[in-house]
Design a binder for this molecule. Structure first.
Ligand code: GLU
Length: 166
């Protein structure tokens, strides 16, 4: 169980994401994080931290997340210890795709092994990270299609939010 939040609009995303995460903190509080699309730099800005949202807010005072599109997550760990590396959002190696996830991917071990044999590099111990690598693998020119294809490969009850620079 966790809290996930997303924002697309005309305002600065980070404060809205943080406000959403504070409201959802009761759903998971071992770590939290946000990722936004920094349109000026054309990159995904990522800040995540172990502990309560207060710790994330403190980190955001020194590392800003700019942009008006973003996703956020407050985690209740199921796969992988509570840590800043295992905190969501998770990015692919190109840092062009980001994912947050609520739930469990029951077949993550099988998918992880398959992706590793294809050369994908995992940084965390989470089941979640499979999703972002699958999305990258399936991406052609539609994020929606890539997410649908990734979701159809993953088993279990889950929700994911994904965003991309593409
Ligand atoms: N299974 C994921 C993890 O352990 C998501 C857990 C959650 O729903 O917070 O990171």
């Amino acid at each position: 169980m966790c809290g996930i939040v997303g924002y697309v609009g005309g305002k600065k995303a980070a404060p809205i994401l943080i406000d959403g995460l504070i409201r959802l903190e009761y759903r998971g509080y071992d770590s939290s994080g946000i990722a936004t699309i920094d349109e000026k730099l054309n990159e995904i800005a990522l800040v995540k931290e172990k502990g309560k949202i207060k710790q994330l807010v403190d980190k955001l005072k020194v590392r800003e997340c700019k942009g008006s599109i973003g996703i956020g997550h407050t985690r209740w760990a199921t796969h992988g210890a509570p840590s800043s590396i295992n905190a969501h959002p998770h990015l692919d190696e190109s840092k062009r795709f980001a994912v947050v996830h609520n739930g469990i991917f029951e077949n993550f071990q099988e998918i992880r092994s398959e992706l590793i044999s294809e050369g994908y590099v995992f940084l965390s111990e989470t089941d979640t990270e499979c999703a972002v690598h699958l999305i990258r693998k399936y991406y052609r020119n539609s994020l929606k299609d890539a997410v649908e294809r990734a979701a159809s490969k993953l088993k279990g009850s889950f929700v994911i939010l994904a965003m991309s620079l593409e």
